[in-house]
Design a binder for this molecule. Structure first.
Ligand SMILES: Cc1cc2nc3c(=O)[nH]c(=O)nc-3n(C[C@H](O)[C@H](O)[C@H](O)COP(=O)(O)OP(=O)(O)OC[C@H]3O[C@@H](n4cnc5c(N)ncnc54)[C@H](O)[C@@H]3O)c2cc1C
Length: 462
């Protein structure tokens, strides 16, 4: 229980309108975009919405003194329950920290507060000819703080990497309220342990990220979008593999199976060609139209060898936007078809991609479940989605067995439990299998050193 005098102290720091404790407000901060059930609700005792680092620091000092759990929160678009306040306490929402503080054109870097939306950062940099590549499908609502905390990936990770490839430095408020600055604008920096990397992907368990310094690159001058249709998922997987082997490096290569395409068709009230079993959307970029043309032709040649059914180059920006809108809306389109859906986020070495997709098919068959497959095929990151109705007798058990087998199959081909969504609550039971005892012990030692009272995002990762 947070005593009234402590709540009043916090109100004195952030203002009464930013320290909320009505039942409705607390419910509103009790869930995220994961599949963690809503009932019983994991309500925080107090929702706190600071506007400055100083406010965050003061609140953490109070929380530390009184041993109050604090769960950081961005836009709650996380898929693994990371921002759910499992142990009550404070939900620390960074939603009011939305300033882009500096776009340093000379050094090609940007300082942004944690609550800045990913797309707003992208657009602000693009207006200066600079490119911030990480583009999770959720970029219209996810925040930079959440992206850093999850080390989010996105469509363009094939060519440009994930969030951690762009984080140069961080401002972090530690569990006791200390404000720490890591990294900086120097490109080469090996002074001490790499604290910037340590906090990137730490899922809100080691500190509260209040600001991020991000590296930018020049904006590609031209972009093109290709749509490839295949009769089978196997042909699609093979094409991705052959494409990468042939030296082609697209900015993005997204795959969708027949089920995904049916979901999209239903959503858009269109008919799907019965012969189509798989679609790949590819983004290419380069200096000029000729560079795009060369890549598109090479891509077509590879796809033909792999039995492509239809090959289309988007002719207008509108056509290209539409193709990407389909992909970005896919997750919601699939979710609308069934009562329940468990989306996973496995990541495998690129050359194991076709094999793991085959194994997913076998697991689906064995458990008589539909597992829709889509994901960032170009970098080996797949989102198998188990479509189910958990109210049916025995279904939940079968789903959990299928998930376990999915992770076993992933680890067996040299993959990992998460490519971009993190561990949070949903993958906790499997982490020891992935990291081994020594790995988990090392994580726990780091946690103990930085948060000895265990108040930051308790109940997550392990
Ligand atoms: C439709 C949809 C599509 C998605 N597509 C992708 C995708 O393509 N790639 C991808 O990587 N992810 C994707 N995601 C997942 C999600 O958007 C990302 O994990 C995102 O980074 C979460 O950001 P957020 O601001 O919503 O963070 P939240 O969900 O609020 O929090 C996520 C985690 O970060 C912690 N956290 C948040 N802010 C801070 C902070 N300032 N300091 C410390 N810890 C913090 C929280 O405690 C929690 O553990 C998708 C989600 C949805 C719903």
């Amino acid at each position: 229980m947070i005593a009234d005098d402590i709540k009043n102290k916090i109100r004195g720091i952030v203002g009464a309108e930013n320290a909320l404790d009505s039942d409705l407000d607390r419910f509103g901060y009790s869930y995220d975009a994961s599949f963690v059930p809503l009932f019983p609700a994991n309500k925080p005792e107090l929702v706190v919405r600071p506007a400055t680092t100083e406010e965050v620091s003061k609140i953490m000092a109070i929380a530390c003194e009184h041993g109050i759990p604090v769960t950081p929160r961005g836009a709650a678009s996380g898929r693994t329950g990371g921002s759910i306040p499992l142990k009550g306490g404070i939900s620390m929402s960074l939603e009011r920290m939305t300033k882009i503080l500096e776009i340093d054109v000379n050094n090609m870097m940007v300082w942004a507060e944690a609550g800045v939306r990913t797309i707003d950062l992208y657009n602000a940099c693009a207006a200066k000819g600079l490119f911030y590549p990480p583009d999770p499908a959720s970029w219209k609502f996810s925040t930079i703080g959440g992206n850093v905390a999850e080390n989010a990936g996105g469509m363009r990770a094939v060519k440009y990497g994930v969030t951690s490839n762009y984080v140069m430095g961080l401002e972090v408020v530690l569990a006791d309220g200390t404000v720490l600055l890591t990294g900086g604008k120097a490109i080469k920096n090996v002074t001490g342990y790499n604290l910037t990397s340590l906090f990137t992907g730490s899922e809100g368990t080691l500190g509260i990220i209040t600001k991020a310094l991000l590296r930018l690159i020049p904006m590609p001058k031209k972009r093109g979008t290709l749509q490839l249709m295949f009769r089978t998922l196997d042909d699609g997987c093979n094409t991705i593999h052959q494409m990468l082997q042939s030296g082609l490096l697209p900015a993005a290569a997204e795959i969708m199976d027949r089920f995904c395409l049916e979901a999209v068709a239903k959503h858009r009230k269109t008919e799907l060609d019965p012969a189509v079993g798989c679609c790949i959307i590819v983004e290419i970029d380069g200096e000029d139209d000729a560079a795009l043309d060369t890549q598109a032709k090479k891509m077509e040649a590879v796809a033909k060898q792999c039995g492509v059914y239809q090959f289309r180059v988007a002719q207008t920006q509108q056509e290209s936007d539409e193709l990407w809108a389909i992909r970005r809306g896919l997750s919601s389109a699939i979710a609308s078809l069934v009562p329940n859906r468990l989306g996973e986020d496995i990541s495998v070495p690129r050359d194991a991609f076709p094999e793991v997709v085959r194994r997913i098919g076998a697991i689906a068959g064995k458990h008589k479940l539909t597992i829709a497959v889509y994901g960032h095929a170009g970098d080996g990151n797949i989102h198998p989605s188990i479509l189910c109705d958990l109210s049916k007798p025995g279904e939940e058990e079968r789903v959990h067995r299928a998930v376990e087998e999915l992770f076993d199959a992933t680890l067996a081909v040299g993959g990992t439990l998460s490519g971009e969504h993190g561990i949070g609550i949903t993958k906790k039971p499997y982490i020891a299998k992935a990291l081994g005892e020594a790995g988990v012990k090392t994580l726990a030692a780091i946690k103990q050193a930085l948060d000895p009272k265990g108040i930051l995002n308790p109940g997550k990762i392990w």
